[in-house]
Design a protein. Structure first.
Length: 363
């Protein structure tokens, strides 16, 4: 059924379809169909739930990657579809419109997308207010029996509802030498309302952003955030999202830094700037131009990076795997490579609203 609907939707611009689909889902939830949607698409409770990371327990290991719900507008709807966690953002201190449209493109022959969105978002204050309202209606439940990140509490946050990650970045106009200030603003504003943070320095769609992946630039940003985090009553897990285009030497630098400053995990990986091995005609790729490639072509490289990090660290650094996950077997491959959790994005577009349920059936 979804394949027929997808073929129809693919006649329309991708960004328009995105908002049309999510606003339609919101409408159906508003008119009393929330239970029906949940029973149709969400997986049932998983037996012997073992999915945890950095003191957080997840109802299932399938999350939605950053960039889908940039402004925390669709949390209820995504929860209805059964996601174990959703990463909102990327959020910046000030609102920004992002890059010029069109900026999102489908590559059906490759089951892929190219995007150059450019951190379009409503700004951290508006997003924080939405999350504040969400937290009132959906408070976390504390479950005894395991350790939290906070050393003064014997309890860990356990959510029977959605776990929320906050993906944070810098404004386009902010020079790299001042980027740490943007990350501080976002971290401070969102801290009361998200369950974990992901620092995004790996998007290819903000000029110069990937330069912040260099070891000393990263050290300045992450050390500063960890210092702030340590002063909070309830410190939040801090993760870093990395690009698939890093060299082995650069990945080693990331690993060394993560261990040094005690990061809680890595997200591997973001989109790639590579176009190697695609079936989409070169003329179409040239007409699309720059942007980050996601989807099935990223599957192998993403798994390689996850496996390398896991083996290099002996599993000491938890990894959320992202890249080319469409099926239960894809998710199992990432988990077998050492991932603690997985995220979908492009797979959600191509496989439809039942993707979480279908993946969980085989885990």
């Amino acid at each position: 059924m979804y394949s027929i609907l997808r073929n129809i939707l693919f006649f329309f611009p991708p960004e328009w379809v995105h908002y049309f689909s999510m606003n339609s889902l919101k409408f159906f939830c508003n008119i009393g169909l929330k239970r029906l949607i949940h029973s149709s698409f969400a997986p049932g409770p998983m037996v012997n739930n073992k999915w945890s990371m950095a003191g957080l327990q997840f109802k299932n290991p399938i999350g939605l990657g950053a960039g889908f719900d940039k402004n925390a507008k669709y949390l209820r709807e995504l929860e209805c579809l059964g996601f174990g966690f959703v990463e909102i953002g990327t959020v910046t201190p000030l609102p920004q419109a992002g890059n010029e449209k069109p900026r999102l493109f489908r590559l059906p022959k490759d089951k892929a997308l190219i995007n150059r969105m450019g951190f379009n978002n409503d700004g951290v204050k508006i997003v924080a207010e939405r999350l504040r309202r969400w937290s009132i209606v959906n408070p976390p439940v504390r479950q005894a029996g395991s350790q939290s990140k906070s050393s003064d509490s014997p309890l860990t946050i356990h959510h029977s509802r959605l776990i929320i990650g906050g993906n944070i970045g810098k404004n386009k106009a902010t020079p790299n030498e001042d980027a740490w200030k943007d990350y501080e603003i976002c971290f401070t504003e969102l801290h009361p309302y998200v369950d974990y943070f992901v620092v995004n320095v790996s998007s290819p769609n903000t000029p110069g952003l990937r330069e912040l992946q260099e070891k000393e630039s990263l050290r300045k940003i992450l050390t500063h955030l960890q210092t702030i985090n340590a002063t909070q009553k309830n410190p939040k897990p801090l993760l870093l999202k990395i690009a698939p285009d890093l060299t082995q030497e650069q990945i080693n630098d990331v690993i060394d830094l993560a261990l040094e400053i005690k990061l809680d995990g890595l997200v591997a990986t973001n989109t790639t700037i590579s176009r190697a091995g695609l079936h989409t005609p070169g003329a179409k790729l040239s007409s699309i131009g720059a942007g980050g490639l996601s989807g099935l072509p990223l599957k192998e490289r993403s798994t390689e990076v996850v496996s390398y990090i896991s083996q290099k660290t002996g599993g000491k650094i938890p990894v959320i795997a992202s890249g080319g996950i469409f099926t239960g077997d894809d998710a199992k491959e990432k988990l077998a490579a050492g991932a603690a959790l997985v995220q979908v994005w492009t797979g959600f577009i191509y496989m439809g609203p039942g993707i979480v349920k279908k993946i969980c059936r085989v885990l």
